[in-house]
Every structure is written in C-alpha cells, then in structure tokens.
Design a binder for this molecule. Sequence first.
Ligand SMILES: [Zn+2]
Length: 157
Amino acid sequence: MNRHVGYGFSAPISAAIDILPESLRHHMTDVHIVTGCDPVFIGLHAYRYSSDGRSYKHIAHVVYPYHQLTLPKHLRHPTIVLPTMRSICDILHEMGHIVHFWYGLDIIVPAIDDDYARINHHEAFAVAFQHWVLSSNDPMLDEYIKHLFESLLIRSR
Ligand SMILES: [Zn+2]
C-alpha cells in the first residue's frame, strides 16, 4: 500500500504534523495515509463495519498491519484512513492511535473525562494524546499521562 493523499486533504494533514512535538514529526511524515476512498474497496482491509455498527467507508480510523490480511505481509503498514475530510483535531486523534501502536498497544492510560475516551484503552490513549498535543497543560490531563507522553518522546529521539 502506498500513500494516497488527495490534494484537498494535504492541508489539514500537514497542519496536524506541524503541531506534533518535533521528535514525533519526522516519524509521522512516513506514516501511510489513505484519503477520500473506501478502504475495503481499495483492498486495505476487509472489515466493513466497526464494532458499534458504523461503516468504515465513512469513519476515520487506523488500520494496524495485523488487520491487513488481504495484503501481502511486506505491504502491511500502520495506516491512517480518512474517507472524508476531517479536522486537525480528528487527524491528531488518529495519529494518537499510530503513536500508541509504535510504543505498544498494551500501554494503558486512564480515560480522561470524555465519553469517547471511555470506550476502551485505545480510545483513551488517542483522546489523551490529541488533548496533550493541542495543549500539554490541558487541565483534563493528569500528571501520570503528561509524564507518560513526555517519556515516550524521550524514547523516540
Ligand atoms: Zn479513535
């Protein structure tokens, strides 16, 4: 799978990359991003619906290599899928899932006070990451989460 970024999507994606901490920015530049299409139709994965019944044709999501069973192993990469245009905040959220994958999906952060963060520990990580990138002093983030993200940045240098 190569990167597919429509011109219309490049501005918010670039803006999201630009506000990442520097040590993550160059890693994120290499992440595969599929935009403006149905990921099942192009053969990225074969899951039509999310666990809560929403079609992957329409929702922003991340696909990990172990979900890409329709692709040969050497073409499987963690991939951000944006079927429709999304805000910078939403793109940062999906990048949070990528960061979680890089450092270990077994890392558990406590859910901040947000309905989406309470869905599972994957969403808890992504929502916390999104808030932390936008403001590392966000009062919703507790000290544990701030220290965790800061330590992950040190490991990524
Ligand atoms: Zn998410």
